[in-house]
Design a protein around this ligand. Structure first.
Ligand SMILES: Cc1ncc(COP(=O)(O)O)c(C=O)c1O
Length: 400
């Protein structure tokens, strides 16, 4: 089976991990800071805090953004559930904003209306979590303008977009996760992401106060910083200053991360070349009106965590009919040894969110997107022949 995503581990990655295993440090050693330094270089953010997963990164980011019991926060309805769950971990109540079905990004008009409703109810959001869906950076400046009106913090969920760039309204070229338009950003290093540490994540920020808080939260809320201690005791002395977690990433994982970080440009260049090959082939195929790649956002150069195609609805076609065509395409590809995936089931349809009061029918953009989306194989180890095989298989399945 050709999967939709797959890590690329090379001999030097294996050598880096082996060397780490032979060293004195398996965890809490110097490799963590090295990996964090690599991450600030790759994103342009001032500070990075490596943690055990992207989900842990979202949890700590929500806490650093000030989300507490009874607060509200908003994220996109089309994302991995962790983007919404982090608000709940911190004691808050998430609201979901509909998406633009052509890009999969949070819709600014929908976000504006969700924020206005929360404000009218006396609960303006403490945080907004835009998602750089599929590797294309969300309209962070647009989100930030809405957030600033109500004093909300912005956490850029950049789990999909390491290596992507965008042009700001002032014409500056910026990297995903740089934290110019968000107070905090998060990354994930799950194996299907751009670089991997097995499991892993990081929080990025330009704010030194948030950085120090995140360091403590990552390790039980404990500090040894003399400036933070309430008394002087022995060299062994530490204090728990807040309720933190054990969200550390190991030195073994960070050794892999440092090795992988050096390859990001090559990996992203390959992802872009694969996307271009798909775009050319689908753009020239007899099926070009039946399926479209996700629309690009102006000024954004995606790093293509995912390559998503959407089945175009015929005039007056119902969502369930589009969904049936998508199912047939999914099944047909699997019969041909290709394993596509669906990203994502809208969060509002999850039973746990339905129980919390989210109802069907309030998210027409997400529902339309979900009915027709399919993620085709996209990973740097794919050959051109793999891409052509997927294109031919799609053609075969769509041929009546
Ligand atoms: C958009 C998004 N945010 C957060 C996460 C969570 O990352 P992790 O799996 O590293 O916890 C994911 C993981 O797939 C994701 O896709």
């Amino acid at each position: 089976m050709l999967p939709y995503g797959r890590q690329l581990i090379e001999e030097d990655d294996i050598a880096a991990v082996t060397a780490q295993l032979r060293s004195d440090w398996l965890t809490q050693g110097p490799m963590v800071a090295k990996f964090e330094e690599a991450l600030t270089g790759l994103t342009g953010a001032r500070f990075a805090v490596a943690v055990s997963s992207g989900t842990a990164a979202l949890h700590l980011a929500a806490l650093a953004a000030g989300v507490r019991d009874g607060d509200t926060g908003v994220t996109s309805d089309v994302t991995f559930v962790a983007s919404a769950n982090c608000i709940r971990y911190a004691g808050g109540k998430p609201a979901l904003a509909d998406v633009d079905p052509t890009t999969g990004h949070i819709s600014l008009p929908a976000l504006r209306s969700v924020v206005a409703n929360l404000k009218a109810a006396g609960k303006p959001p403490r945080v907004i979590v835009p998602v750089d869906f599929s590797g294309s950076v969300a309209d962070l400046e647009g989100v930030r303008a809405i957030a600033d009106e109500v004093g909300a913090m912005v956490i850029e969920d950049a789990a999909h977009s390491l290596g992507a760039t965008y042009t700001s309204r002032e014409g500056e070229r910026l990297k995903a996760g740089n934290c110019r338009h968000a107070q905090l950003a998060i990354l994930s290093f799950h194996p299907v992401k751009h670089i991997t540490t097995g499991e892993g994540g990081a929080i990025l920020t330009n704010d030194e106060g948030a950085y120090r808080e995140l360091l403590e939260l990552r390790t039980h809320g404990i500090t040894k910083d003399p400036a933070r201690l309430t008394k002087v005791d022995g060299p062994w002395y530490y204090e728990q200053q807040s309720l933190g977690y054990h969200y550390r990433l190991t030195d073994v994982q960070c050794a892999l991360g440092v090795s992988q970080a050096g390859k990001l440009d090559r990996f992203v260049a390959r992802r872009r070349a694969i996307a271009e090959r798909y775009n050319q082939a689908f753009g020239a195929s007899p099926f070009r009106e039946l399926l479209k790649p996700l629309a690009a956002r102006p000024g954004v150069e995606s790093s293509y965590h995912l390559y998503v195609i959407r089945l175009t609805p015929a005039p007056d076609e119902t969502s369930s009919s589009v969904a049936a065509r998508r199912r047939a395409l999914y099944d047909g590809l699997r019969e041909r040894g290709i394993a596509p995936q669906v990203h994502y089931i809208p969060v509002h349809t999850q039973p746990d969110y339905q129980r919390a009061g989210f109802s069907e029918g309030n998210f027409p953009g997400a529902d339309a997107y979900y009915a027709g989306c399919l993620s085709l194989p996209m990973f740097p180890g794919m050959t051109d022949a793999d891409v052509d095989r997927v294109v031919n298989a799609v053609g075969e399945v769509l041929t009546p």
